[in-house]
Design a protein around this ligand. Structure first.
Ligand code: UDX
Length: 438
């Protein structure tokens, strides 16, 4: 099939590349000519395992190309995917201007098609937006919605072996085209689900809101555990043995970040306000997430009696999660800023997010080695659970640190082992060893 993808952000680029890899002819359209030039060389603008290799393979096979020319990119397309951003605007509301702008661009060329294309909204949009797109399309087309559930760092696997693919359609033509396109990725254990468009739009928000809810819930229980002498890791193990609860997205930490959960919980709250049906759970989920970062930063401040003047803090993990260089809404940003405001000098290390983080918090000195970050530091703060942090050389770390204090926001280490090494070790939702040893 001939596919046009509008927008080469995370969703657009992964989608386009995976469809091209499956044998389709894909053109990805973006307004930024410099980005298009880089993409045509097979260079991904962000770190995602396996992506550049897959792009290069499809470009070399002539199945994938990138363009900034909206007058030609749609030519002969069977399916057009709208994958542009829906950021939270300054007013806190979901900004749909890019999505609606693309609808206008498509509308201008609709009369050039021999066969009406299927126009698919893949961007995460509030319920009703796909129909707003359709209202702006003048000509013949079939409308559809197809939300994306990719996780950064795991995006290619998620695309090729999805838990499910959800589509919202209102014509047999759109359904048939999407069935054909997704056939290589769906089947046994990977259902392709067709709903009405409003339900399809809602599935995306409801799914992300539910996952965000699980994280805030376990963080709330972690904070109770700390206060009453229980251990969140044991409590979690006990809870997750109940198959009704399940064991995913239940890791306590310093809260969620990234480009989706923070934005999507706000969008659900906005939908609730607009519908005069306030979303109370989502509001609490969002507030708890903000509180969790503040709590962690405050714990560090308290350790230093609220004055970090002349203190050096090492920060391990800057990305919002491992296996990405994405720092959007990363807890490490708020935490570093709080420490800097309190007078600290912060040195950061991340296996991938060194460039992206520099523009967010330029005051943080970024180094290229985790032990170098720890050199002469009064404390080590861990914000992201990258694999290389899970079994460090504790003797070397101890020798590097000026003061052997670790604030672990991801519960990476066994407390007894940390005590044995002589670290003063803070984690999340686990009492101090004086109260409970293990
Ligand atoms: C998420 C959804 O998982 C994906 O389906 C959707 O398409 C986009 O949003 P992503 O933002 O890539 O994907 O990251 P994800 O792996 O879901 O993690 C989100 C945040 O939650 C991270 O900050 C992570 O550290 C945090 N998290 C996740 C926890 O704190 N605890 C957990 O148990 C799981």
């Amino acid at each position: 099939m001939k596919i046009t993808i509008v927008g080469t952000g995370y969703v657009g680029l992964i989608t386009g590349t995976c469809f091209a890899n499956a044998g389709n002819n894909v053109t990805c359209l973006d307004i930024d000519p410099k980005k298009v030039e880089t993409l045509n060389k097979g260079e991904a603008p962000f770190f995602e395992p396996g992506l550049s290799e897959m792009m290069t393979k499809s470009i070399n096979a002539g199945r994938l190309d990138f363009s900034d020319d909206s007058s030609t990119a749609f030519t002969g397309s069977d399916i057009i995917f709208i994958c542009v951003g829906t950021p939270t605007g300054n007013d806190g509301k979901c900004d749909l201007s890019y999505v609606l702008g693309v609808a206008d661009d498509i509308s201008k060329v609709l009369d050039t098609f021999d066969t009406p294309p299927v126009v698919v909204v893949k961007s995460t949009v509030p319920v009703g937006t796909t129909h707003r797109v359709a209202e702006r399309l003048h000509g013949e087309y079939f409308i559809a919605n197809n939300p994306e559930f990719l996780r950064e760092g795991n995006a290619i696997d998620d695309f090729r072996t999805p838990d499910r693919v959800v589509c919202g359609v209102e014509s047999e033509e759109a359904q048939a085209a999407l069935e054909q396109l997704y056939a290589p990725f769906t089947g046994d254990g990977h259902p392709l689900l067709f709903f009405d468009i409003h339900s399809s739009e809602m599935v995306k928000y409801a799914s992300n809101a539910m996952l965000a809810c699980k994280i805030s819930f376990i963080n709330e229980i972690a904070s109770l555990c700390e206060r009453n002498g229980a251990n969140i890791e044991r409590v979690r193990t006990g809870m997750c043995a109940d198959s009704r609860i399940g064991n995913q997205f239940f890791k306590p930490g310093i809260g969620y970040g990234g480009s989706c959960f923070p934005k999507d919980t706000l969008a659900v709250m906005e939908m609730g306000d607009n519908a005069n049906a306030p979303c109370l759970v989502n509001t609490a989920v969002h507030e708890l997430n903000q509180r969790q970062r503040r709590w962690f930063a405050n714990r560090i401040l308290e350790h230093f009696d609220n004055d970090l003047t002349g203190k050096k803090v090492a920060l391990w993990g800057l990305a919002f999660k491992p296996n990405t260089d994405d720092v959007r809404d990363a807890p490490s940003i708020d935490i570093a800023k709080t420490l800097i405001d309190a007078g600290a000098e912060v040195t950061g290390f991340d296996p991938e997010a060194w460039e992206t983080y520099g523009s967010e918090v330029p005051e943080v000195t970024i180094v290229s080695n985790m032990y170098e970050a720890a050199a002469d530091a009064d404390a080590l703060v861990i914000c992201t659970e990258w694999d290389e942090f899970s079994s460090p050389d504790f003797d070397l770390l101890k020798a590097k640190l000026k003061d052997q204090v670790i604030f672990d926001g991801r519960n990476l280490y066994i407390r007894a082992e940390m005590a044995r090494h002589g670290f003063h070790y803070y984690s999340v939702g686990r009492p101090t060893l004086e109260i409970c040893t293990a």
